[in-house]
Design a protein around this ligand. Sequence first.
Ligand code: CS2
Length: 456
Amino acid sequence: MRGHLAVATEAALAQGDLRWGIVGVSLRSPDTRDALQPQDGLYTVVTRSDVQGRSHESLQVIGAVKEVLVAPQQPGKVLERMSAPEARIISLTITEKGYCHDPASGQLRLDHPDIVHDLAHPEAPRSAIGYIVRALALRRTLGRTPLTLMCLDNLPSNGRVLANAVRDLATVIDPTLADWIATHCSFPCSMVDRIVPRTTDADRQSTSQALGCEDAWPVVCESFFDWAIEDHFVAGRPDWSLGGARFVDDAEPWERLKLRMVNGVHSSIAYLGVLAGWAFVDVAVRNPALRRHIEALMQDEIEPTLPALPGLDLATYRAQLLARFANTALHHRTLQIAMDGSQKLPQRLLSTVRERLQSGLPIRRLAVGVAAWLHYLGGMDEQGAPFAVEDPLRQPLMALHQAAVADQWSDASVAGLLGFAPVFGDLSTQAAFVASVKAALHSLRVHGVVAALEAH
Ligand code: CS2
């Protein structure tokens, strides 16, 4: 949020529209609040690019964040802000797993521990969806205006995923509330694209030095920024076009482009990179075999599945994306992108796989990314160095991986992994999928990343 929404909002404020401001809510950790509160919510956005091998940095102090709350510590205040008459938009940047949904189907999991909790205690929620349903119930009871719920996460038809999750939870709690929400609130879909690596202590130090005063939590990102959003706002909005947003009739094709090209390739680089010991994306894409692989992945397997879009030239988009990944000033960790693969793979790689299989097309390079993820679940790179597998479904997934190792990667044990329905749905019933992933997995395990990619 601080790397994109707040920057676009700042642009509207800078043009004199001072009606807007952001209340940030952390659902778990107090860290951002603790860092920002002493500095009045101000923080720096540092954009870093490399222009012909020389890194270039620019700093902007953002004032759009007026307050940061920590939900577990101040639940009443969070609900008060969400149900206040002044609130116009509730936006979400909570990562894929924050929606408590089944990644393969996109449906809210009523058996998710946080949702089970919120169903038992709707007035004291824990999940983002639970907070929204409670706040909307309060708005209806208090006679407050409906508002817009804006999902900014990397999910396909992200507004619809949010709308369905809110509807499903509200329906169980109070079906008349679900009807009120469906009739009065809006859920625009959007595509947000900006690479924002996790801030490090070195970033804090260098930013504070450049500013001449301390910033406890700057945001470091690339200069590239694209935001396509449907203009369905029932209670108004800032003019974000002043800060790089594009209002579109239908965001879905832009989401598909971005999820498949940027995120699908990013995740492929991440798993291959973690296994090969390439800690950063730019280091990985400097390897000639990896670079050839991702170029061919985009050109041969992903791009033919993409819709034609006005003003979009795929060759230019691809070249620009490769340059973004090669940015040596960003230091984007492959391990960071690798996390939560179970929540990411369906929309990043598997939907492309499905579409190609339906047309009988090969998926050799897409299968390499899927196989690299499965191999990554072992938690050890090719040099034998262990790393942490971070994923909400890590327990069942790592157990399946261990079973495959114990069974020397027998057909049955690989089938066990590919039969993991929350990620793969029914894909394991498709022989071409199983055969391609199995071949790629064998090659990665036996020959290693570089040799496997060279063999392609
Ligand atoms: C990345 C994304 O961490 C990840 O999973 O693939 O955060 C990516 O950097 C952004 O979506 C780029 O817009």
